[in-house]
Design a protein around this ligand. Structure first.
Ligand SMILES: [Mg+2]
Length: 232
């Protein structure tokens, strides 16, 4: 019997780590770049890509969204500073779960996040989590979060040299579940962000957990996903 292959695609904020540095850096960068204070106030960020958030803000202030590349440089510089000042924390069970998944036969780990890659790497570095994620899809690659997941899958498959038997998208928001489904992936919701377990269950995720602290049962749940036929 051959081992089946599984790609696990993890979101960053609210799933692996908790930090306010992203919003802080975004606001500071906007202020430096455009001379506008609190420009991102009230703009939803969770589960969305940096590029789309930036376009929303540009729309609000009548700014040219074509400036994203230059803005990104300022944002990354601000994020490095904000992470230095307050890196936030790793969410419960994350390190143990990632270590267990890395040991699991046939499992490959990747990122699927609304952060630009430089941003995601800066957020994960102080917590020593980049070592688990050789590839990913990021928030300035494509128009939508669906594109980000598609990119993560393409990169991981190019690196592996084969198509995975299962792809599982893991995140803390209904948007993570939706973009997993849009890419015909299995989905796992974790209620360590702004969304409660019941809300994620309502999105029809294949598995929903309060957090990753019970690594053993999360692993059992991950192994079981896809072993039954999907009927929906
Ligand atoms: Mg998130």
């Amino acid at each position: 019997m051959t081992t089946s292959s599984t790609l696990l695609i993890f979101d960053v904020d609210g799933t692996l780590i908790w930090t306010k540095a992203g919003r802080r850096a975004f606001n500071r960068a906007l202020e430096r770049f455009f001379g506008v204070a609190d420009a991102a106030e009230g703009i939803p960020m969770a589960g969305r890509t940096d590029l789309i958030i930036y376009r929303d803000i540009c729309g609000r202030f009548g700014l040219d969204p074509g400036t994203f590349g230059a803005f990104k440089l300022e944002f990354v510089a601000q994020l490095a500073e904000a992470m230095n000042a307050d890196p936030g924390h790793v969410l419960p069970g994350v390190v143990e779960l990632l270590e267990a998944c890395a040991r699991e036969p046939g499992y490959v780990l990747g990122l699927g996040t609304g952060n630009v890659e430089e941003g995601a790497r800066l957020k994960l570095a102080p917590h020593d989590l980049n070592r688990f994620f050789p590839v990913g899809g990021f928030g300035d690659e494509g128009e939508t979060r669906d594109d980000v997941i598609a990119m993560a899958i393409r990169r991981a498959e190019a690196q592996a040299g084969f198509a995975f038997d299962r792809v599982v998208v893991i995140g803390d928001t209904p948007l993570d579940i939706a973009c997993g489904k849009a890419n015909r992936c299995f989905t796992v919701g974790v209620a360590t962000g702004y969304h409660a377990q019941e809300e994620l269950q309502g999105c029809d995720a294949d598995l929903v957990v309060a957090d990753f602290s019970d690594v053993g049962s999360v692993l059992v749940g991950l192994r079981a996903i896809g072993s039954r036929n999907r009927t929906s």
